[in-house]
Design a protein around this ligand. Structure first.
Ligand SMILES: Cc1ncc(COP(=O)(O)O)c(C=O)c1O
Length: 516
């Protein structure tokens, strides 16, 4: 069993503290996202270069021979030789004929440039001084941690919708029509919170399907949830203010709040959603970030009692509730859940949604529904801080909604994902014994396999990655220490054949780890 102490909290990545050079490069290259598009030779070069720049491979350290490294990585020796050649040419390593290849003790001049490929184990203070000329302390903090780019579009990557189902031809027709009739003002920046027809279509949709209390005026079109959260953090809180976050929490929301110098206060989550206790209530939250329809990542649905309690707290504390309703369209049985915002009679809730999950992530469009008193400040901030655009895409999307294609697409994908969910659950249940609980709720794009406490879920996620499976460890979503261990398993993007194949493989990996 590998040593997994220390180094990193990046979800899904475990980097042992003291590693051989071969293992260090092996672990880096196992990360499917690590320069995924580059040829193997370039990936080996990047892995070594990154380790040298971060001083994980220190000056004078001997690298493994090209033959040994090639064998350990399961790649051609020529690939390793070519990577070493490049490292030598750029001065990162020195080849001493007959005795091997060593890390150079004089780093080349460009070594101080920010190592954008490096995502593992950066030493924050060193990073800050090494790149001191370029990065602020906040910048160094932001750059020192990367959780997002892992495992995209791999079997079981949680959160990915199946965007191959997106009706491309229809979208093309709508886009063509918009471009044929393009008015010059649609080529300008987006003013007034976004294109009015889209804001109207969104407000109609939310009123009927999500019981949101909304007029088109209250809708701000943003570049997705990240931008919506960032605007809220900028406009509704000051540096040092406290934000309650669910524990475990959506990592990207955490990243935004941290980057705006807010103080995170983790509040436990149980079967009924965020569960503030007396100690939590004694704090003074300025923001309360919640995913009440489908808690991310546990899947809990917030009960009515909890919703009412949270609204009361927000009123008493003059706090804003940020309701992230990111995937509630994917509810496979029963009626759609009403929003928390719909219960709010004191205008304390800012509601946000996204088109990333229903259409495709790269569309980068989402929306904020703000209480009437916040309309003007948010409009001003959206325009002055973000200079939004893409009105042509907004126009096509407005038609997509108005003509009913949006609800048709939701129906179609809901049916598809529901079947995939069932298949995954059946596959896993048939392979795992009762010691493993698989989440039962009927919604979302992933399910959670809960693990007994003695199983290290981060290590398990790494083992699964070696088998080509991109699950995420539940414990990495906690502000430490983790309370539960498990794996987040996404199914929406995975074809039924792959669900069966990789589901059995995953169950096998879990069983093997449990029996150790
Ligand atoms: C909890 C949660 N909120 C929001 C989003 C979507 O964010 P965006 O609109 O920035 O793509 C995701 C995507 O994974 C998510 O998991």
């Amino acid at each position: 069993m590998r040593n997994t102490e220390s180094l990193e909290e990046t979800p899904g990545v475990v980097v042992p503290a003291a590693m051989s050079a071969t293992d260090l490069l092996r672990v880096t290259l196992l990360r499917t996202d690590f320069h995924a598009r580059l040829p193997q030779q370039r990936r080996v070069y990047e892995a070594a270069r990154s380790a040298i720049l971060q001083q994980q491979l220190e000056a004078g350290r001997k690298l493994p021979s090209s033959r040994d490294l090639a064998a350990a990585l399961g790649i051609a020796r020529n690939t390793v030789i070519a990577a070493f050649k490049q490292l030598t040419a750029e001065g990162y390593v020195i080849s001493a004929s007959g005795s091997g290849t060593y890390v150079a003790d004089m780093l080349p001049n460009d070594a101080v440039a920010f190592d954008a490929g490096a995502q593992m184990a950066p030493n924050l203070s060193r990073q800050h001084t090494t790149h001191g000329a370029a990065l602020s302390r906040r910048g160094a903090q932001v750059a020192a941690f990367s959780a997002g780019a892992h495992f995209e579009i791999q079997p079981f990557a949680p959160g990915d919708p199946d965007f191959s189902t997106f009706p491309l031809k229809l979208w093309q027709r709508l886009q063509n029509r918009v471009w044929r009739n393009a008015r010059p003002d649609l080529l300008d920046y987006g003013k007034a919170g976004g294109l009015l027809p889209l804001r109207q279509a969104i407000s109609d949709y939310l009123r009927t399907s999500r019981s949101v209390k909304v007029s088109a005026e209250q809708v701000m079109i943003t570049a997705g949830t990240q931008q919506s959260l960032d605007l809220c953090a900028q406009l509704l809180a000051d540096a040092g203010d406290t934000v309650w976050v669910e524990n475990p929490c959506y990592w990207a929301a955490r990243r935004i709040f941290e980057s705006r110098d807010l103080t995170l206060h983790p509040v436990a989550v149980d079967q009924a959603g965020m569960a503030p206790n007396a100690a939590d209530i004694a704090t003074r939250p300025r923001l309360i970030y919640v995913t009440p329809s489908h808690q991310y990542p546990t899947g809990a649905v917030m009960t009515l009692t909890r919703r009412t309690k949270l609204l009361d707290i927000a009123v008493n504390k003059a706090a804003w509730i940020l309701e992230d309703d990111y995937d509630s369209e994917f509810r496979y049985s029963g009626r759609p859940l009403a929003s928390l915002q719909g219960l709010d009679v004191h205008d304390r809730v800012v509601y946000m949604g996204t088109f990333s999950k229903i259409l495709y992530p790269g569309i980068k469009l989402g929306y904020l529904i703000v209480p009437p008193a916040l309309i003007e400040p948010f409009k001003i901030a959206l325009y002055d801080l973000q200079r939004p655009g893409q009105l042509m895409v907004q126009a096509a999307l407005a038609e997509f909604l108005e003509l009913g294609h949006f609800t048709t697409h939701i129906r179609k994908t809901r049916q598809l994902y529901g079947e995939r969910r069932e298949l995954l659950r059946t596959t896993l249940t048939s392979q795992l014994d009762a010691g493993f609980t698989i989440s039962q709720e009927e919604s979302g794009l992933h399910l959670v396999v809960e693990l007994p406490d003695h199983i290290d879920d981060e290590q398990l996620a790494c083992l699964a990655a070696e088998a080509g499976i991109a699950v995420k460890a539940l414990s990495t979503y906690y502000l430490r220490p983790p309370q539960r261990r498990g794996l987040l398993v996404g199914y929406a993007y995975v074809s039924p054949e792959k669900i069966t194949h990789y589901g059995q493989l995953l169950a096998n990996v879990i069983r093997t780890a449990a029996s150790r």
